[in-house]
Design a protein around this ligand. Structure first.
Ligand code: NAP
Length: 283
């Protein structure tokens, strides 16, 4: 049976290490500050924003919340971001996605100053990830890398399969694994015979958002299985893409949902925010 990777405990450990840095910055007169914008009343987004605020409070990071109504115009949102970009007391700016349909996400992402872009979604930061020289780590993929490191899972030379190719998870995940010298295959909705790829994976990362997508017969014996997805069942319970109960009997390591990748994403977000505050000294 697989070792269950405890994302909650590891996230707590990483956040605890950041506490001292936040305190030291305070001693230098820098109060680390994250501005969080949420537009509309998507319940999942509300949960994510609350968790981020809670982590800020735990670490002594000041958080500013801008809860805007659903009918906020793109112009109004961009003008708020502009204000936060030029406010020297704000280190990080995060705009919770998804946004209402009438607002262009690309315009919003592009409007956040790259030096305050703690989600690392701005094309300039994405470019840095591509060439392996980054200021801000992509939160979810970097959280996965922290898990692999903590559990001493070898990456170099391994066959890694990433299912999903989104800009925020699949693509940056591929880049980080490649940087650590894995051989990486990326699968997506147009991949023919997904199982033929996943069965070859020493490390399998699934980031799709489909309940039951990865079944035990699709997983190699002793593979490391990382489930990034967060799906809400009708019962209200959360689960990932992976058939956890059966796959855990076959894998060597596996992440649960909840309590796996999710908490790690927030830990890396906090790390990026502290880094942005450190960079205040160079502004
Ligand atoms: P997304 O933008 O919807 O991307 C999903 C990807 O899955 C796409 O690349 C899509 O392919 C691919 N896909 C869809 N159906 C497929 C299938 N049957 N077989 C193989 N690939 C398929 O989603 P995302 O933002 O990357 O998020 C993915 C999941 O991770 C979601 O459940 C989300 O909630 C979760 N998530 C979790 C965290 C965390 O902190 N744990 C953070 C972010 C996201 P195409 O490109 O061809 O459409």
């Amino acid at each position: 049976m697989a070792v269950i990777i405890d994302g909650k405990a590891l996230s707590a450990k990483l956040k605890n290490n950041l506490k001292d840095e936040v305190e030291a910055l305070k001693g230098e007169g820098i109060e680390t500050c994250l501005a969080v914008i949420i537009v509309g009343d998507n319940p999942a987004s509300r949960v994510y924003v609350n968790n981020k605020k809670k982590s800020c409070a735990e670490l002594g990071i000041k958080s500013l919340e801008y809860a805007l109504p659903e009918d906020t115009t793109e112009e109004e949102l961009l003008s708020l971001i502009d204000e936060l970009n030029s406010d020297d007391s704000v280190d990080g700016i995060l705009c919770q996605l998804p946004l209402p349909k009438h607002i262009c996400e690309k315009n919003v992402i592009n409007s956040i100053s790259p030096r305050k872009d703690v989600d690392a979604f701005h094309p300039e930061n994405v470019g840095h990830i591509m060439i392996g020289d980054y200021t801000f780590l992509p939160c979810t993929p970097a959280g996965v890398m922290e898990m692999l490191k903590e559990y001493e899972i070898e990456i170099a030379g391994k066959n890694c399969v990433v299912v999903g190719r989104s800009n925020i998870v699949g693509k940056p995940m591929t880049m980080l694994l490649l940087k650590e010298n894995a051989t990486v295959t990326v699968c997506h909705s147009r991949t023919k015979d997904l199982a033929s790829f996943t069965r070859e994976a020493d490390i399998l990362v699934s980031a799709v958002g489909k309940v039951g997508l990865i079944t035990a017969d699709m997983v190699k014996e002793n593979a490391v299985v990382i489930d990034v997805a967060i799906n809400r069942l009708e019962s209200g319970k959360l689960c990932g893409d992976v058939d956890f109960e059966n796959v855990k009997e076959k894998a060597s390591f596996i992440t649960p949902v909840p309590g796996g990748v999710g908490p790690m994403t927030i830990a890396v977000l906090m790390k990026n925010t502290v880094k942005a505050a450190e960079n205040r000294k160079n502004r």
